[in-house]
Write a protein that binds this ligand. Structure first.
Ligand code: BGC
Length: 502
């Protein structure tokens, strides 16, 4: 069987507004991404995923789309996009773009028409709201001057589409075609378990991301992905889609990746697990048992960076654990999604001044919830300059960067054999060399308490989540450790790849 490119792909998430600013307005853009494609090729990833760059009033950093077939001037032009895709392909990188089907921007012409009383059945209007809350806090309904309410599961600037209206289906198939015709290799589907709401919009007790609730995971959504899959399969070159599915069950996750639906769905179980070999083993077993093609994620633009998550649990361990987790994740069968800046070991920026924060989570909760700006601080490319090379010199970036970013910049780390960036490059190069020869299964080896040992063909991966060093399993040579080994001992918070002895 031919292995599809995405099965083992390492995909690098680019939060476009925070990656690199070529235009000099303090906001990252497509030209900035294009300039740094060689960096990504050298890093050794297989694909990039671009967060929304479409025209948007930016009520939610672009996840409020006003025109699904364009580029916001803040990010460039359609020509910039096409040049980016051409260059990426030339460098052997696939390109995924974000599609946001659960809601549009309130500035979208369809919602503007709805406000005038035209075609309100494209959105969800009611005379009386139910008790649903916005994911960003506060009510999920906003009242219009004419007394009607509209539903927005996120910000008021993100009205939810009514997927019971066939016009929405036709429109999104057309939007997908638009980008497929421009050469994209796939889509990341925002809030993929949303779209349909239970008929009658009943009140709910629990708003959290449960597998099935009146808000999430309605069975009808799978028909949408069946039709999208047909469309993708009609294009040459293994076009694919990965769904953002927040759920508490791996069986539910599996529903989205049935053979006639999406190729992948994000598996957020590891990202939510504590630093524990037992917890990680369960996540791995549950995932591999449930889905045919696994994905692994440690960080993204919606969660606290994993270095800081681990550090908060046990101060001083963050970077060691982040590297050990990465090495373990890269040894697993399936595809890995990295988030920009993790290869530099960037921490969450916790002390952003309130007036700088822009996340609607912070704004809507009136500062009660800190929000996600801390993982979205613009990347440091060089050790000096007003924005550490993010913007042309003298330009202030859209979020302030801490002084600690100087030592973490890509230029500082590039030539340093002991840096996090060098470690990521080595790990990705080693994985690329091995991955084609490894079986898509793993076998557990006996391991001491607190540790996790497994093999895949000729590779052994050992991770020590405990507090004492453990003896390495019997092996035929060290391939790559995430930190210093102590002879034949694997120190705490460290992982290693080993060759099997046979
Ligand atoms: C995206 C978020 C966004 C939300 C609403 C998601 O899950 O990843 O960044 O705020 O959808 O579009």
């Amino acid at each position: 069987m031919d292995i599809p490119w995405w099965r083992d792909a390492v995909v690098y998430e680019i939060y476009v507004r925070s990656f690199a600013d070529a235009s000099g307005d303090g906001v990252g853009d497509l030209a900035g991404v294009r300039e740094h494609l060689p960096y990504l090729a050298e890093l050794g990833v297989d694909a990039i995923w671009l967060t929304p760059f479409y025209p948007s009033p930016m009520a939610d950093g672009g996840y409020d789309v006003a025109d699904y077939r364009g580029v916001d001037p803040l990010f460039g032009t359609l020509d910039d996009f096409e040049s980016l895709v051409t260059d990426a392909h030339r460098l052997g990188l696939k390109v995924l773009v974000d599609v946001v089907p659960n809601h549009s921007s309130s500035e979208h012409p369809w919602f503007q028409a709805a406000l005038r009383g035209e075609h309100r059945d494209r959105y969800i209007f009611r005379a009386e709201p139910n008790n649903w809350q916005s994911t960003f806090s506060g009510p999920a309904w906003t009242k219009l001057p004419d007394g009607q309410y509209y539903l927005h599961l996120f910000a008021p600037g993100q009205p939810d589409f009514n997927w019971r209206n066939p016009e929405i289906h036709r429109e999104f198939l057309d939007i997908l075609r638009f980008w497929l015709d421009r050469g994209v290799d796939g889509f990341r589907i925002d809030v993929a378990m949303g779209l349909y709401k239970a008929k009658g919009l009943p009140d709910i007790q629990d708003q959290s991301f449960k597998s099935v609730s009146p808000i999430w995971g309605q069975p009808e959504v799978h028909e949408v992905y069946r039709s999208w899959r047909k469309l993708l399969d009609g294009y040459p070159g293994e076009r694919m889609a990965v769904g953002e599915v927040w759920t508490d069950s791996s069986e539910d996750l599996a529903l989205y990746v049935r053979p006639d639906e999406l190729q992948q769905s994000f598996n957020f179980a590891w990202l939510q697990a504590p630093w524990s070999s037992t917890a990680f083993k369960k996540v791995i077993d549950d995932t591999l048992a449930a889905v045919p093609f696994a994905t692994w994620v440690l960080s993204n633009h919606d969660v606290v960076r994993h270095r800081t998550r681990y550090d908060t649990a046990d101060p001083g361990t963050g970077l060691m654990r982040a590297k050990a987790a990465l090495l373990t994740m890269l040894a697993l069968p399936g595809s890995a999604y990295l988030y920009q800046g993790e290869e530099l070991g960037l921490p969450e920026v916790k002390d952003l001044p309130p007036e700088a924060r822009q996340d609607p989570v912070f704004i809507q909760s009136k500062g009660e919830l800190v929000g996600r700006d801390g993982c979205r601080v613009p990347l440091p490319w060089s050790a000096d300059g007003a924005s550490y090379g993010f913007s042309p010199d003298g330009v202030a970036p859209w979020l302030p960067q801490p002084a600690t970013f100087a030592a973490l910049s890509a230029a500082t780390q590039a030539g340093d054999p002991g840096s996090t960036l060098t470690f990521y490059r080595r790990a990705l190069a080693c994985r690329r060399e091995l991955v084609g020869s490894l079986p898509y299964t793993l076998e557990w080896l006996d391991s001491p308490e607190g540790a996790l040992f497994f093999t895949r063909g000729s590779l052994i991966c050992a991770l020590n989540c405990g507090t004492e060093p453990v003896r390495l399993p019997s092996h035929g040579g060290v391939l790559l450790p995430s930190g210093p080994l102590d002879g034949d001992l694997l120190p705490p918070d460290t992982a290693v790849w080993l060759r099997t002895s046979s």
